[in-house]
Design a binder for this molecule. Structure first.
Ligand code: HAM
Length: 430
């Protein structure tokens, strides 16, 4: 039996199967590069953290009662007995790194971005995989709602620039440790009489993480919770003013948004702003990306008191949404400029030497190692999209020349071996 990839983990390929064109390496690079460009424009610098972290980091930051920590992490123990976890999300590792390297001391306002793999042992379906990639930003050191607006507008602009025209932004406030406990009690009081009718997940959330009941998808629970008290009505003065101010900034920036009073996200670290961006073409897993503020997280992880805000955008969902919108990709041209055709053994040896010289001059070039006939070699040149074919046979060898054939115009000429590089370069300019 041949092996297959682990369940719900994708291969990204230069030649993806038809029907899965979003798994094309060129598309991934195209989107990643656009994300990098936008981040640089807004003053964010790239950070890369290991694929593994100590398990306790996620327990402490994401929270013990969350789905991620309680049932979705890929854990392992190393030979030293350390408990490690393949990172399920990108925020906690970035927080760990900035504390470890004391980055806030030199950069009190620290703006970072990352592109990284995440692992969650979830039930797989379209748009939900056990390995997924996130494009994320994290900004530390300011509690100013204008920074929330910047982060949100960056995400919206990124989607706009890659052509996702049907994005919808939902915002909410999840309050803070001052105002949230009272709301939590109010919500429990509201749910209590009907708790026995609710799904098993909500019954356990009622005990460990009552706010998470609000984004339950079970139809009867949705109905019950539609009349629940709203967190926005329970915010303290500080959280309320922060939310109003964020909305004013978004209006000034002309960023359309909806208030989603039941938007709570699956992490314990959020405070105040929470947001999500959705797209219609994604089906049930419709969140393109999401994020929020986490003003206590750096301190909770052993660092200085420093507020923060960020987001993570799902790469796979982004590409699926682009596919469903029929967005064209300008993937980079990977065709070789030059293809060498050798006829006969001694010509092969000359061609190998020439190929190395051409590549050494910075020109992309390739040759065939499989087909022997002229026809087979020309077919491969055509399939690869080479613009120029260089042919060396017995005659060319004897005369110290190479035959050039322009594949666009079918024009041919003979060039002395010593002038090959110069001639390729001048052809490229023609
Ligand atoms: P999250 O909402 O769990 O947030 O993930 C962000 C995005 O990653 C989701 O909206 C979705 O597009 C994508 N995503 C998540 N899980 C999967 C999956 N199993 N398969 C495919 N795509 C997935 C976070 O992870 C936070 N760390 C975001 C953040 C950064 N908040 C503040 N800073």
């Amino acid at each position: 039996m041949p092996f297959s990839s682990p369940p719900y983990m994708n291969d990204v390929l230069p030649y993806p199967p038809s029907g899965n064109t979003w798994l094309h390496t060129g598309r991934w690079r195209w989107v990643e590069e656009r994300f990098r460009q936008v981040c640089r424009r807004y003053g964010y610098r790239e950070i890369r953290t290991p694929i593994l972290e100590l398990t306790d980091l996620f327990v402490r930051s994401v929270g013990e009662g969350t789905d991620i920590v309680s049932k979705e992490m890929f854990n392992l123990v190393d030979r030293g007995g350390r408990r490690l976890t393949l990172k399920p999300e990108g925020t906690a590792p970035v927080v760990r790194a900035i504390i470890e390297h004391e980055m806030l001391a030199a950069h009190p306002l620290l703006k970072l971005y990352y592109i990284g793999q995440n692992f969650r042992n979830e039930r797989g379906q379209k748009g939900r995989y056990r390995q997924h990639q996130q494009l994320g930003v994290e900004a530390f050191g300011s509690a100013d709602p204008a920074l929330d607006a910047e982060v949100i507008e960056l995400a919206v602009r990124f989607y706009r620039e890659i052509g996702i025209t049907d994005q919808q932004l939902q915002i909410n406030s999840v309050g803070c440790p001052q105002c949230r406990p009272a709301y939590r009690e109010e919500l429990k009081q509201y749910v209590k009489p009907t708790l026995s009718e609710m799904c098993g997940d909500c019954k356990s959330r009622y005990e460990v993480n009552p706010l998470r009941m609000l984004d339950c998808k079970a139809p009867h629970d949705v109905e019950i919770l539609s009349g629940a008290p709203k967190l926005l009505d329970w915010l303290c003065e500080d959280c309320g003013e922060h939310f109003r101010s964020l909305r004013r900034h978004l209006e000034v920036m002309s960023v359309p948004h909806q208030i989603a009073p039941q938007l709570v996200r699956g992490f314990d670290y959020y405070t105040k702003t929470a947001f999500e961006i959705t797209s219609g073409g994604l089906g049930s897993q419709n969140a393109l990306g999401g994020g929020g503020r986490y003003d206590g997280l750096v301190e909770d992880c052993g660092g200085p008191a420093a507020p923060g805000i960020g987001f993570g955008l799902g790469m796979e969902r982004c590409l699926i949404a682009m596919d469903s919108l029929g967005i064209e990709f300008e993937t980079e041209d990977e065709a070789p400029a030059v293809f060498l055709v050798a006829l006969g053994e001694s010509a092969k040896s000359a061609a190998v030497g020439l190929l190395t010289k051409i590549r050494g001059a910075g020109i992309s070039a390739d040759m065939d190692y499989v087909g022997k006939s002229l026809k087979a070699q020309m077919r491969l040149a055509g399939k690869l999209g080479a613009r120029l074919v260089l042919l060396i046979g017995e005659n060319e060898l004897k005369e110290g020349v190479v035959s050039f054939r322009n594949m666009m115009t079918s024009q041919q000429e003979t060039v002395p071996q010593s002038e090959v590089i110069q001639r390729i370069q001048s052809w490229a300019m023609e």
